[in-house]
Design a protein. Sequence first.
Length: 304
Amino acid sequence: MQVIVHGGAGASPDDPQARQNVLDEAAATGADATSPLDAVTAAVRVLESNPRFNAGVGGAVQSDGVVRTDAGLMTSDRAVGAVSSLPGVEHAVDAARVVLDETPHVLVSGDEGVRLAADYGVETDCDLWTDRTRDRWAELAPPSGGPAEHLSWLADRFGRTDADGRESDSAASNVADTPQDHDTVGAVARQGNRLAAATSTGGRWLALAGRVGDVPQVGSGFYCAPAGGASATGAGEDIARVTLARRAVDRLERGDDAATAADRAIEAFGELTGSDAGIIVLGRDGSLGSAFNSDAMQTATARR
């Protein structure tokens, strides 16, 4: 089993080694699995449980004060499962796996997605807050009106992590349980000619309640085909606009190795959007690639 994982593209972390240790654990956990789908699920679960990343515990808070999680996964034979806007679900990747394994659908969302996950044994009603996110939320005065009022309030706050909507030194750090903008997590695994890819996130800080980014959208936050798989991270709206993960796998299908595919996908993304993103890619031939145009993106690999 061959596995590559990422911990999000964003600012340079204050404590990169601590985060790297978790990524290494996630990759090793995935490599011990018996199938690529099990591998990416297991690897992402490790990252969802760690508040150093914006997935599961410590996820970003939306404008109504709720942490909602999203995830998607896909295999090289194009089996897909995804979920979005799940309040209280730490392991959104498990909920996405339920969609893939148990339903005829590709994506299930919201409260019904939570009920579906619970019916198949996924833990729900989890406390996804940390002391840090509670403290930051307590500094704010969110509106009590409808979506239009929320949109006006979050206009200069969406994606920011300090109380007045400005980027701050603490907001740019990746210390434990600091809410992050781009610390979406993901994994790609290969065993022989079989591959799988998965991505999971807690969204972006102070997004409009119910906002869904790129992560659960097939071809945007994740994609897998016989040629290989990819998991993306970064500015979600822009990733969705250019279907970044599919763009990278397209390069594999044209004959690029994984490193070239990742580089070319991020280069095109930057030219088209001017935004920050990162991607990991694993080819059917075992080639590995990662690329980003943000300040940093940490990855880890393992092979058994």
